[in-house]
Design a binder for this molecule. Sequence first.
Ligand SMILES: Cc1cc2nc3c(=O)[nH]c(=O)nc-3n(C[C@H](O)[C@H](O)[C@H](O)COP(=O)(O)OP(=O)(O)OC[C@H]3O[C@@H](n4cnc5c(N)ncnc54)[C@H](O)[C@@H]3O)c2cc1C
Length: 376
Amino acid sequence: MPDRFDALIIGAGPAGAAAGLRLVRAGARVLLIDRDPFPREKPCGGALSRIAVRRLLSLGIRPSDVILVEAREVEVSFRGARPVVLEALAGGGFTTRAVLDSRIIDTFREAGGVFQEAEPALDVDPSRGIVRARRGSYRADLIIAADGSRGTIARRFFPSPRTHYAIAICASIHPDDHILDRFGSRARCEVGFIRDGYGWIFPRGDDLSAGVFTVERHPRALRRTFDAFLHRMGFGSASRGPVRGVPIPVGRPKRRYRIGRLIAAGDAAGLADNLFGEGIPWALLSASFAARRGLAFLAGDARALDRYDGDLRRIVAGPLRAARILASIIRIAPGIAFRFLIEGRRIRRFGGPLRIGRRGEHDSGPDEYPRRGAGL
Ligand SMILES: Cc1cc2nc3c(=O)[nH]c(=O)nc-3n(C[C@H](O)[C@H](O)[C@H](O)COP(=O)(O)OP(=O)(O)OC[C@H]3O[C@@H](n4cnc5c(N)ncnc54)[C@H](O)[C@@H]3O)c2cc1C
C-alpha cells in the first residue's frame, strides 16, 4: 500500500466513510482508517430520520440496504401515562450501526477506496499533511478528522469549551419472539421521567434498541433511571446486551473546523441535535461538504477549506440551533409541551424538529439543507 494519498480520513463512522465515498468517486486516492476492527457496534439507537435516509440515497445507498424495520408509528407517553400513538413520517426507519456503517464502508471499497481497520491515528501534522498511526505514517494533501465525539484527534485539534455534551446510554434487548412480533414497526418513546431527555425502544427486527438520552449536565444514577424505564416498558427481565454509551456533542459552534490541511466532520465537529441527540444526518451532511470543499482544495483552490468552515457554521446556526431552542422551551415546561405538541398532535406525524427536513425532503446536492429553522 502506498503511504501517500490525496485524502486520509480518520474514523469510519457515517461521517468518515461517506466523505471517503464521495471523494473516491470523484477520482481521489483515499485512505480511510479506523481504530476498531469491523464490523463494530457503536452505541446508537439506530434511528434513521428521513433526512438521514435521503442523504444515504444521495450516496447511492438504498433504504432497503440498511433499514431493518421501517418506522410506521411512534407511541409517546409522559411519565408512564397512557401513550399517544403518532404516525411516523414515511421514509425513516431503524437499523444497527454494524449494518449501516459496514454498508457505507463496503460501498467505499467497491468504489476503489482503501480501508484499514484496527489502525488508530496517534497524531497529525496538519500543516505538512502527515498522519502517524499505529502501523506507520501516511501523507495526504487533505485530512478529515471524523473520529467521533471522543476521538483523540478531534479533541486535540478542535477542542471546544462551549460544546455541551449530552449523554445517552443504550442496550440491545432480546425479548421473546412473540413480543418482537407484537412490536412490529412501532417505536416507543417516553418523556417526563428524565430531566431534559427521553427514553426510547426502537424495533430492529431481531432485537430492540432501548436507551435513555439527557442533556442534563451531571445526570445522577442514569443507569438506575434506565433500568426503571425498561421495567415500566415491560422489559425488566428480558435478556439484554451490555449497557453502553458515549457523550453526544450537541450543537454549539466550535471556534474552528479547519487547521491547515485538517478539517473536522460529524461528531468530531460537534454536530448533533440537542433535542433527540440525532447525529447521523449531520454527520452525512458534513461529509458531503467536506468532500465538495476537499475536492476543490485538492484541485488547487487554497481557500476552499475556509468555505467548509462556513458550511458547518450554517448547520450549527440553522437546524441545530432551532432544535436547541425547541429543547429549551420543552425544558421549561415539559408537561405543557407534551400536551401542546403530542396530545394536541401539533407534531402531527412524528419527526418533530426532524420536519425541519421539509426543504431537504427534495434532497439533491450537499447544499440542500433547511436554512430557516424548525417548523413543526
Ligand atoms: C446511545 C446513543 C444513541 C444514539 N442514537 C442515535 C440515533 O438513533 N440516530 C442518530 O441519528 N444519531 C444517534 N446518535 C448519535 C450518533 O451515533 C452520532 O452522531 C454518529 O455516530 C456520528 O457519526 P460520526 O461518523 O461523526 O462518528 P462515529 O460514528 O462516532 O464514528 C467515529 C469513528 O472514529 C473511530 N475513531 C475514534 N478515534 C480514532 C482514532 N484515533 N483513529 C482512528 N479511528 C478512530 C471510531 O472507532 C469510530 O468508528 C446516538 C448516540 C448515542 C451515544
